[in-house]
Design a protein around this ligand. Structure first.
Ligand SMILES: C[S@@+](CC[C@H](N)C(=O)[O-])C[C@H]1O[C@@H](n2cnc3c(N)ncnc32)[C@H](O)[C@@H]1O
Length: 277
């Protein structure tokens, strides 16, 4: 475990994404949060490499430039018209807006994020797009501001790894899902334990590296909450994305992991599960 207190980590994560929300307004598009630098400079792939290109065609650059995920939970979720969708750690709102197109006017999407500056960006984006079926709420994913059994599908993109209490997050997901409801998540997990030097690095926590846990620990946290049919499929980053990520991660922090193994030691995964009907 890390030597830092959970509240200290949460504060660092909030500061990091506050800076990201404030400073990325004029930067070029870039997905994935796997950077570990001290600066608010989440890193790596182009947003367009996370999503099918035509999915982004209707979104303004204010949305795509603030895409900080590590996958495409919206496609994974196979959403249907009329569904209620909850996005955990919605950031600038990219997955909420993509989900909103799929669930249509009869459906609704709620994004929850703990960083006020992110919510401000997301609400501005909502106004620009005119996405009336999307709502953003301030809150923590460990204590969701959402009623019991009210959501058809929970999605999340590169956020749960940032929580110091993943078991509580999955208990909350179970609570808010309707019977038969589904979970579809993209997140960073590891194959084995990370070296202590990384786990205690607060900047690496905020950059989605140090908080990532072993894939089997992640699976057990989902199952302990009561969710069933858990599937976790690795999506290894390509060489280009890894080079870009490495340029943002201080590689001396990765001592203990041979460079050729980094790609499979820390990876993005597609995670699905559901609540029994
Ligand atoms: C890596 S960004 C991902 C944003 C968005 N999902 C995307 O794909 O662009 C992480 C987001 O999760 C939020 N976040 C991190 N930990 C959180 C927590 N415990 N509760 C609520 N939001 C959290 C941050 O404020 C930030 O907006």
């Amino acid at each position: 475990m890390t030597e830092h207190e959970p509240e200290e980590i949460r504060q660092k994560v909030r500061e990091y994404y506050t800076a990201a929300a404030e400073e990325r307004a004029s930067t070029s598009s870039c997905g994935c949060c796997c950077g570990g630098s001290d600066e608010a400079e989440p890193c790596c792939g182009e947003t367009s490499s996370l999503y099918e290109e035509d999915m982004l065609a209707n979104l303004p650059k204010e949305v795509t430039e603030l895409s900080l995920g590590c996958g495409d939970p919206v496609t994974l979720a196979a959403l249907l018209p009329g569904q209620t969708v909850l996005d955990l750690g919605s950031g600038g709102g990219i997955d909420c807006f993509l989900a909103a197109e799929r669930v249509g006017d009869e459906g609704r999407v709620i994004g929850v994020d703990m960083t006020p500056q992110m919510l401000e960006r997301a609400r501005k984006n909502k106004a620009k797009i005119g996405a009336d079926n999307v709502e953003f709420r301030l809150g923590e994913i460990e204590h969701l501001p959402i009623a019991d059994s009210s959501v058809d599908v929970v999605i999340s993109n590169c956020v749960i790894n940032l929580s110091t209490d993943k078991e509580q997050v999955f208990r909350e997901i179970y609570r808010v899902l309707k019977p038969g409801g589904r979970l579809a998540v993209s997140d960073i997990v590891t194959n084995g334990e990370l070296p202590e030097a990384i786990k205690s690095d607060l900047a690496a926590w905020a950059g989605c590296v140090a908080g990532a846990v072993d894939v089997e620990v992640y699976r057990r946290a989902i199952e302990s909450a009561g969710l069933v049919d858990v599937e976790i499929k690795p999506v290894y980053f390509g060489p280009e994305m890894m080079r870009e990520a490495e340029s943002h991660i201080d590689l001396k922090d990765l001592d203990g992991i041979p460079p050729e193994k980094i790609q499979t030691a820390i990876f993005s995964a597609r995670i699905t599960a559901h609540k029994s009907a």
